[in-house]
Design a protein around this ligand. Structure first.
Ligand code: ZN
Length: 257
């Protein structure tokens, strides 16, 4: 059995910052990977026009997928146009029906910006509608029934936008794949150049390492980690289903350990 994993980010590089270590470990465990960002990254520049940066960022995301060996699915909308609306839910539900994931890696429902939070909500609803006969997707895809377990990544700053701390349910120790995670993030060279110019040499990659280190420190560990919370099972799976925890058992760190 090759479990299918669908990671849903908002902007090109969200998956790389928040999920890619776990994504690499799932790949090593035999999973097939699917990658999508809902937004095209067209505001991620201080110099280039919208069309130019959109094309560049798509190319970078495709390269990131090649780097990890994930199937690339194109984005649906522009930065700051990610609202909880029917059109985006229909399109993402179509991707869920095409890929039939066992595991979905999704953004945190609390985060520092609306695009991320709306993406999290759209991801949950798209998964919820996977088997609904009368829910029409764009493009049209047949409904199916199979369990899926959703795992929410940590918010970008490890807090919600009112400074409240978000506690992960568990951590994944990504120390063995941190260099791969960095390599995947580095595929987004337009963002690296922009941040390095505005904030200093290598600040893009350093920020990712620093966030991974701070995530490990949430449980008092000196490790690079990613934090996860399981979405409520109702409408998705058996009550105790935890395929990610089962597959990555030796990398999992629980709060009491
Ligand atoms: Zn983002």
């Amino acid at each position: 059995m090759h479990p299918e994993v669908l990671a849903v980010g908002c902007h090109p590089d969200d998956i790389e910052f928040l999920m890619a270590g776990t994504f690499f470990l799932l790949k090593k465990a035999g999973c097939s990977l699917h990658y999508i960002n809902l937004a095209n990254g067209n505001c991620g520049t201080s110099k280039l026009g919208r069309g130019t940066i959109r094309r560049i960022r798509r190319r970078e995301a495709v390269r990131a997928c090649e780097y990890i060996g994930a199937a690339f699915h194109g984005s649906f909308t522009s930065d700051l146009a990610v609202f909880y609306r029917q059109k985006l839910i229909r399109k993402l539900t179509a991707v869920v029906r095409e890929t039939r994931p066992d595991i979905m890696l999704v953004l945190s429902p609390e985060d520092y910006m609306e695009d991320h939070m709306n993406t999290a909500r759209i991801s949950v609803t798209a998964a919820f509608c996977r088997g609904m006969k009368n829910y029409r997707t764009v493009p049209r895809r047949e409904p199916y029934m199979k369990d899926v377990v959703l795992y929410h990544a940590m918010p970008y700053g490890l807090t919600d936008w009112m400074h409240r701390k978000i506690d992960p349910e568990f951590l994944v120790n990504i120390g063995s794949v941190i260099d791969s995670k960095e390599g995947m993030l580095a595929c987004h060279s337009s963002q690296k150049v922009w941040l390095d110019e505005s904030q200093g040499h290598d600040s893009y990659l350093t920020a990712m390492r620093e966030m991974s280190r701070k995530t490990g420190a949430l449980f008092g560990k000196e490790i690079y980690a990613e934090g996860w919370r399981r979405h409520l099972y109702l409408g998705f799976s058996e009550k105790d289903a935890d395929p990610l925890g089962d597959m990555l058992e030796k990398y999992i760190v629980r709060p009491s350990e």
